[in-house]
Design a protein around this ligand. Structure first.
Ligand code: SAM
Length: 329
């Protein structure tokens, strides 16, 4: 009866459901958002603890089952079920999100929640164990990656609970963890696109030094294209301001940021694999290359590796690049 493709793994351990609800710190005045309520085991406890629950469920059969379960109970007027794909629908206001989600939407859902306004107080979410460990990973940890850095720019993330696969029916192939995500208020004053552009480059080869990453021809030529376009834009802004808008569209986007800004978690390249055209050709000088390497030297970043850099390091590096007129989006 359960759809594997929809990630339908029902929580069957009532103690675990209680623990999740307790740890989420729901207040009686809270509006709770639940994603993928399924048959409603978690929904029931959320209804008991909160003012109301909005549940978004993709599978119409589950929606029916859920409505049947609470029909004629005091809970029915506290529950609003939205049938649809949570990634495609407009989310309403909520104070807190509690969910046992289908794991295939982990990354886009996390960033959809973090870009939701007004911002919520916290989200307590069950993820696949490895995804959870990436979310909370710190510099120097094996799983520290673009997902860690990007999430932690926008939120504080805490590991709450390890959950074995046998707490679900049917059991998934992997273990899980419950994580607490608290959006930062206020957010650090950087453009997320700019930030992600830099972080994406740095983690493309996370164990290489920044010096070798920023000597790659493809990296340099893209950054130079951005640089020149912005310079032209600034020049023309001084003169004819109506032309400026046309130049704006041509700023090269380093990476395809239209795609989910986060986080293919296995998108990092093997460090031993080097593309011939990308290798720095010693002796090939350019003013722009000197400029880029000058920025790295200025902040003492040339020999550093992304796998060890903190949020503060990345913020500082981005500010140095930006001050030199070098941009990543
Ligand atoms: N919350 C229930 C529980 O803990 O027992 C069920 C959790 S099950 C892991 C995930 C649920 O999310 C399923 O009911 C599935 O139909 C639903 N679902 C899958 N993809 C979805 C999507 N894109 N939007 C909303 N719900 C989705």
């Amino acid at each position: 009866p359960f759809h594997k493709s929809k990630g339908q793994h029902i929580l069957k351990n009532p103690m675990l459901v209680d623990t999740i609800v307790q740890k989420s710190g729901i207040k009686p005045t809270d509006v709770v958002l639940e994603i993928g309520p399924g048959t409603g085991n978690l929904t029931k406890k959320l209804l008991e603890a909160s003012k109301s629950v909005i549940a978004v469920e993709l599978d119409p059969r589950m929606v029916l089952e859920l409505q049947r379960r609470f029909q004629g109970t005091p809970f029915s007027n506290k529950l609003k079920v939205i049938q649809g794909d949570v990634l495609k629908c407009d989310l309403p206001y909520f104070d807190i999100c509690v969910a046992n989600i289908p794991y295939q939407i982990s990354s886009p859902l996390t960033f959809k929640l973090l870009s939701h306004r007004p911002s919520f107080r916290c989200a307590v979410i069950m993820f696949q164990r490895e995804f959870a460990m990436r979310l909370v990973a710190q510099p120097g940890d094996n799983l520290y990656c673009r997902l860690s850095v990007n999430t932690q720019l926008l939120a504080r993330v805490f590991h709450l609970l390890k959950v074995g696969r046998n707490n679900f029916r049917p059991p998934p192939k992997v273990d899980s963890s419950v994580v607490r995500i608290e959006p930062r208020k206020p957010l650090p004053p950087v453009s997320f696109k700019e930030w992600d552009g830099l972080v994406r480059l740095c983690f493309n080869r996370k164990n290489k030094t920044l010096g070798s990453i920023f000597r790659q021809k493809t990296v340099l030529s893209l950054l130079e294209k951005n640089y020149k376009t912005l310079q032209a834009l600034q020049l023309s802004e001084k003169g004819m301001s109506e032309e400026a808008g046309m130049v704006d569209d041509e700023v090269a986007v380093l990476a395809d940021t239209s795609e989910d800004p986060s986080m293919e978690i296995d998108g990092e390249r093997d460090d031993d694999e080097m593309e011939v055209e990308d290798v720095d050709r010693e002796g090939e000088r350019s003013d722009f290359k000197d400029k880029v390497l000058g920025v790295l030297k200025q902040g003492d970043f040339e020999d550093k590796r992304s796998s060890k850099l903190t949020q503060v390091d990345f913020l500082y590096l981005l500010s140095l690049f930006n001050k030199a007129g070098i941009h990543f989006s």
